[in-house]
Design a protein around this ligand. Structure first.
Ligand code: AMO
Length: 443
């Protein structure tokens, strides 16, 4: 009888170890990414989980002869001898002289778009239509490997600061962020809502765990087709109790971003290089109050009509201003108007027209909203009433306040928005693996 040991013996050698096996025979498994047939030999590129390995076929290397089913996208197991290859720039590279190819599977058809070149050259909509295939292109898949690094950095940093990871429900009794961009759902005859954010739950968990975080999808019924809005995106949230001021939250975010950027440089270097990612250097992040930032915009930009919020051009201008003035890619804008922030936001006791809240701009686009929350029951009920909300509808949320909550606050950071600006994409869809927008629910 066989017994399952929980151990999978490693049957393939990663490229990073080739340098230790020069002249030896090794085995690799992967997909044939590209074949270049020459007169009496062939280059066969093998795409493994994170690398593309050059293999060379020649009748001189063994008795093995190339078969007809050695085609691009076939899954293969190759054995061969590791040799140093010649590079134009003199850098150390290794390749495999093929001794044998086992075909593990053959594709039924050729890919609808060319994925074996450096870039997939097609319109964004075509790229997205064929995402399961276009993501096989090393540059396209690198985007989401890097995105993994961002999430990992966020998680590791917050865990190091005593945060507990949570998962809040995505089927909710109310929209947490207000507005019309909430998806309604028929739930056995009852109307429920897809979570716009984990807001109500992360706050509820502050008296339980003090510091919590969540990385999860959230849903926004965006009615417009813009280059920076998705209908489903990954929100990286945290909430922390016993804060002295809402600047504690900004400090925690600054620490997390520093950690993330260092992790990307250290452990995601191949992707950073492939994507030419412009990883920002963070020392400190400058802060400006909303009203001062607005005054700057009014002075420098024309036709500003909305004095309560920023247009995208204003955020772009502020991003450039932060770069010029402070050599910073980031800018915290604080004290947004009370009218413009959600019901849970704490007003500034010194000036109730404004809130103890902030946005973080990264290269001129908002990537984070956050702030201090109301923790007092009566204050929260009053604010809800003032905003025309029915506190009875939020009875379960208000248990937080009713039964005692410490001063607390937190933030939500849009993963795709951060990725988009790290990589200089013009459209957030490039930073979403399978984006959902007003026109797209497939693949
Ligand atoms: P807010 O609604 O501002 O705040 O969202 C926080 C961050 O999420 C990102 N984001 C989006 N990304 C892609 N597509 C969208 N449609 C979209 N909408 C928002 C942005 C934004 O800064 N509960 C609060 C956060 C908090 O205070 O803790 C919230 O969700 O990067």
């Amino acid at each position: 009888m066989d017994e399952i040991t929980g151990i999978i013996p490693c049957s393939t050698t990663p490229y990073s170890e080739f340098k230790n096996h020069i002249g030896e025979e090794v085995t690799i498994k992967g997909a044939i990414h590209n074949i270049r047939l020459m007169t009496d030999f062939a280059f066969i590129l093998i795409r493994t989980a994170r690398e593309v390995i050059q293999c060379v076929y020649s009748p001189e290397f063994s008795d093995y002869r190339l078969a007809d089913n050695v085609v691009e996208q076939a899954a293969v197991k190759i054995t061969g001898k590791v040799v140093k290859s010649e590079t134009r720039d003199g850098s150390e590279r290794y390749e495999l002289q093929i001794h044998n190819i086992d075909i593990l599977s053959v594709p039924a058809d050729i890919p609808p778009v060319v994925i074996s070149k450096k870039e997939v050259v097609c319109d964004l909509s075509v790229d997205l239509d064929y995402r399961p295939v276009t993501l096989r292109n090393p540059k396209e898949r690198a985007v989401f490997k890097l995105q993994e690094g961002i999430q990992r950095g966020f998680r590791e940093y917050l865990q190091s600061q005593g945060f507990t990871e949570i998962h809040s429900p995505k089927i909710n009794f109310a929209g947490a962020e207000g507005g019309t961009n909430v998806f309604k759902l028929d739930y056995f005859g009852k109307t429920v809502f897809l979570a716009q954010s984990p807001q109500l739950y992360k706050q509820a968990l502050v008296p339980v765990y003090e510091r919590v975080f969540e990385i999860a999808p959230v849903f926004r019924a965006e009615h417009h087709d813009t280059s920076r809005h998705l209908n489903e995106y990954i929100s990286m949230d945290f909430e922390m109790g016993y804060i002295d001021s809402f600047t504690d939250i900004m400090n925690m975010e600054t620490g997390a971003l520093k950690y993330i950027m260092e992790l990307l440089k250290k452990e995601y270097a191949p992707e950073v290089e492939l994507l030419k990612a412009d990883i920002p250097q963070i020392t400190t992040i400058p802060c400006i109050k909303f009203k001062d930032a607005k005054a700057l915009c009014v002075k420098k930009l024309k036709n500003i009509t909305d004095m309560k919020d920023f247009e995208p051009e204003e955020e772009m201008f502020l991003g450039k201003w932060a770069k010029q003035q402070f050599n910073s890619d980031f800018l915290f804008v604080t004290h947004y108007l009370s009218k413009k922030r959600p019901f849970y936001t704490m007003d500034d006791p010194d000036d109730p027209e404004v809130t103890l809240s902030f946005d973080l701009l990264f290269r001129g686009i908002e990537i984070t909203s956050g702030g201090q929350r109301i923790h007092d029951y009566n204050m929260q009920v009053e604010k809800m009433k003032k905003l025309g909300m029915d506190p009875a509808q939020f009875e379960t949320y208000l248990m937080l306040h009713k039964y005692g909550a410490p001063p607390h606050g937190g933030l939500g950071l849009g993963l795709e928005r951060l990725t988009m600006h790290l990589l200089g994409f013009k459209n957030v869809r490039y930073a979403a693996m399978f984006p959902r927008d007003i026109n797209r629910v497939t693949p």
